[in-house]
Design a protein around this ligand. Structure first.
Ligand code: GSH
Length: 196
């Protein structure tokens, strides 16, 4: 939303405090997966509609507010941007979530951190391999796309999980460039109001 210059209000849902505020009945009514983010869209008459899942939200924002676009014009590169976004969104992020970690630890009595590190490193290696083919200043060419929107929080998660990022120079370079962008400076996971 910052990249598109939109005005918005941030309402924090703390994933650990109070046993995880995402599990509260009022939040689950808006997001039955009990996950963040949820976008509330308020219309001119003051009515609200709610949208979950980051990629659906990105698509909505792209269609409702086309400029500046977060998708390449070229059909292949556009699909490539979604592909890289999906590697994070479907191939990595669900496996590093709190709930799978809890399940591995408490129900399977396994090593949750080893489980998470394995899948994060596996996905991030694939992301690096694919990104090398299209990266310019950003993951796909020289303009920020939906893929970069997924990269920033994923790289922060990698650091949190103690993943060595040296083998992924393309991702590290793009992430470092993104970290200097005003929209990212304002919204980086480390700078969200409920970050601890
Ligand atoms: N693919 C979804 C997943 C959303 C998701 O898993 N969010 C995480 C935080 S990044 C969450 O809310 N986790 C809460 C939990 O595991 O209890 C998206 O990107 O919107």
């Amino acid at each position: 939303m910052r990249l598109k210059g939109l005005d918005y209000a941030y309402v924090s849902v703390h994933l650990v405090r109070d046993g995880g505020q995402q599990h509260a009945a009022a939040y689950r009514a808006l997001n039955p997966m009990a996950q963040v983010p949820t976008l509330e869209i308020v219309d001119d008459a003051g009515g609200s509609r709610f949208l979950g899942q980051s990629l659906a939200i990105l698509q909505y924002l792209e269609d409702a507010h086309p400029e500046p676009s977060l998708l390449p014009r070229d059909a292949f590169l556009k699909a490539r941007a979604w592909q890289l976004a999906e590697i994070v969104n479907a191939g990595i992020q669900p496996l590093q979530n709190l709930e799978p970690q809890r399940y591995v630890k408490q129900e399977l009595h396994g090593d949750a951190m080893a489980f998470t590190r394995y899948f994060v490193a596996r996905g991030i290696a694939a992301l690096e391999q694919e990104a090398r083919q299209t990266a310019g200043q950003y993951l796909v060419g020289d303009a920020i796309t939906v893929a970069d929107c997924c990269l920033v929080p994923q790289m922060q998660a990698c650091r949190r999980f103690g993943i060595d990022l040296a083998p992924y120079p393309t991702l590290a370079a793009v992430d470092a460039r993104l970290a200097t962008h005003p929209a990212v400076l304002a919204t980086h996971p480390d700078r969200q109001p409920d970050s601890e």
